[in-house]
Design a protein around this ligand. Structure first.
Ligand code: E4P
Length: 232
């Protein structure tokens, strides 16, 4: 099974670059990435991106915090282009489960990417709300979990087993921290991993040789000691 690589970025030039590269099958954005990329007007900026990214799936997230507004934003975002997935957080900032929002949109055939997932219990609840005929992504935040001392692998294993028979529902490894995460996602049978641009380039250049790694490491230390004119 292929683990698709998405590029985790809202940067215009990055999306333009990877849109033409076969290593990348899609894109994920979030409000923080949009902010980092300098977006001032959310809709205009998204449209600018959609002018270059016309086919590969791309997620745009709602940023409303109450169900009514979230639905309003989601309906609007869903009309922007055919390749758009509407990103819905699993809970709002008050911790309230966004199940009714997910259920309504999914039932209407709107492609969703459910984000900010950190437990198997959340995956189960989301799975119940999703219309199995509608394409959907469930994004589990592996890196942030690992940063907090939680092993993300068991949650992935259970989640992948849960959705297995549903071809429209994909499990996405989000919050990628290192190139090796791609190998982990692949071994698990994850449908998608979303990866920052710098790490995509590392994955592209996989095939390291341990002898070369040793030499590169030793040379790097030697060069720095020379540059600093270290003496003992
Ligand atoms: C996923 O879609 C998110 O945009 C992303 O992976 C978040 O990762 P971070 O932990 O690097 O912010």
């Amino acid at each position: 099974m292929k683990t698709k690589i998405f590029c985790d970025s809202a940067d215009y030039e990055t999306i333009k670059f990877f849109n033409n590269k076969s290593i990348v099958d899609g894109f994920t954005t979030n409000p923080s990435l949009m902010r980092i990329s300098g977006a001032k007007n959310y809709k205009d900026y998204s449209f600018k991106i959609l002018k270059i990214c016309k086919k590969k799936p791309i997620s745009f997230e709602v940023f409303a915090d109450d169900q009514k507004q979230m639905l309003k934003q989601a309906y609007k975002i869903s009309t922007w282009a055919k390749n758009v997935y509407v990103k819905i957080p699993v809970v709002n900032s008050k911790g309230k489960f966004m199940g009714p929002v997910i259920k309504e949109l999914s039932t209407k055939g709107i492609k969703l990417n459910i984000t900010a997932i950190y437990s198997f219990e959340q995956v189960e609840r989301v799975f119940k709300c999703l219309d199995k005929k509608t394409k959907s992504i469930i994004s589990i935040f592996a890196g942030r979990m690992a940063d907090g001392g939680i092993d993300p692998l068991p949650i992935f294993k259970k989640s992948i087993a849960l959705v297995k028979k549903n071809k429209n529902i994909e499990i996405l490894w989000a919050s990628t921290r290192e190139a090796y995460n791609f190998i982990q996602a692949k071994q698990l049978g994850c449908n998608i991993i979303t990866v920052p641009a710098k790490i995509i380039n590392q994955v592209y250049n996989f095939g390291a040789n341990t002898k070369e790694l040793t030499l590169g490491t030793v040379k790097g230390f030697l060069n720095d000691s020379k540059k600093s004119k270290f003496k003992i």
